[in-house]
Design a protein around this ligand. Structure first.
Ligand SMILES: [Zn+2]
Length: 312
């Protein structure tokens, strides 16, 4: 029985060299095209519907070397670059736009960090800037010592230098949220742009573009409302995030019985899974890097590999 599927995740896919931020960690168009050639030679691309059919019928097989392509974060790259290429090849993808970024023209903190890092080549300079700004917040927030923040970082990252890993750890997770948000905003305004809304309009797809993807057979799913780490929220806050993202999907014409979830940062926990079951979520995509086996994996926590795990 063939019931395994390789689910691949993509983020930025753009003409990096000719873009304003060539240092953004993304996939160039050339590498994307090469990867699709590789995929079409070795794999059988499938659409979400085939996955759902196989999940509802244990006797149903998937094609040999089934592969499903997923695109996170609603970047305009996905409309301008990915969509015409997939469409020309008769391939279908799944797209997961973060609702608030699209609706309110806000740049996600995680994206602000990417562009600050791309704009400032020396991450050590940024790290010092962040560490020296902590003192301003000490009277209002229970912060650790600078040494404690630095000492906590011993983990190695696959793609990042130690300075970048530490910066991301502090600014994405470790500092209290209100402190992180203010520091990230300050760095973004200083090093990238003071006009966040204009930047958001360039960075993300519009509602109309996402609706257009859908009309052309692409799958649109939830990536939360504010792109929060959902596993760190209370069950009540999780419900608000999910329900606001479902309202966004309804605006796009996505039917309630076909909604899927892609966890921001891959974060989920038991209370979230319970909520998704009551909301009748069909599929959930995590970031555990391995091939999915429909007879073993829970449909709400399907693993996904990164584009960097395939040749390109
Ligand atoms: Zn994301």
């Amino acid at each position: 029985m063939k019931r395994t599927v390789t689910i691949v995740m993509y983020h930025y896919v753009r003409d990096l060299e000719r873009s304003r931020f060539p240092a953004i960690k993304g996939l160039s168009i050339e590498r994307f095209l090469r990867q699709l050639d590789f995929i079409q030679a070795r794999y059988t691309p499938i659409a979400v519907e085939q996955l759902l059919e196989a999940l509802s019928d244990p006797e149903k097989q998937l094609p040999p070397n089934a592969i499903l392509l997923t695109f996170d974060d609603g970047y305009s790259d996905h409309f301008a670059t990915v969509f015409p290429i997939l469409e020309a090849r008769g391939m279908r993808g799944c797209f997961f736009p973060p609702a608030q970024a699209i609706l309110e023209h806000k740049v996600l903190d995680v994206n602000k960090i990417h562009f600050v890092l791309a704009a400032v080549p020396r991450a050590g300079v940024l790290l010092n800037q962040v560490l020296s700004s902590l003192d301003e917040f000490r009277s209002d927030y229970p912060l650790k010592t600078t040494e404690a923040y630095l000492a906590a970082g011993t983990e190695k990252h696959r793609y990042d230098t130690p300075e970048v890993t530490t910066l991301k750890r502090l600014l994405q997770r470790e500092l209290p949220e209100a402190v992180r948000t203010q520091i990230v905003q300050r760095l973004f305004a200083e090093h990238v742009t003071a006009d966040e809304a204009a930047f958001a309009c360039e960075l993300y797809m519009s509602l109309d573009q996402i609706a257009c993807l859908r009309r052309h057979g692409m799958h649109i799913g939830s990536h939360g409302f504010s792109h929060a780490w959902l596993d760190r929220l209370s069950p009540q806050a999780q419900a608000v995030e999910i329900d606001r993202s479902l309202e966004f999907l309804r605006k796009l014409g996505v039917a309630e019985h076909e909604w899927t979830m892609c966890y921001p940062y891959g974060g989920f926990n038991d209370s979230l899974l319970q909520l998704l079951r009551t909301r009748k979520c069909r599929l959930g995509f995590s970031v555990q890097p391995r091939i999915a086996d429909l007879d073993v994996d829970d449909r709400l926590t399907l693993p996904r590999i990164d584009t960097n795990d395939l040749p390109s």
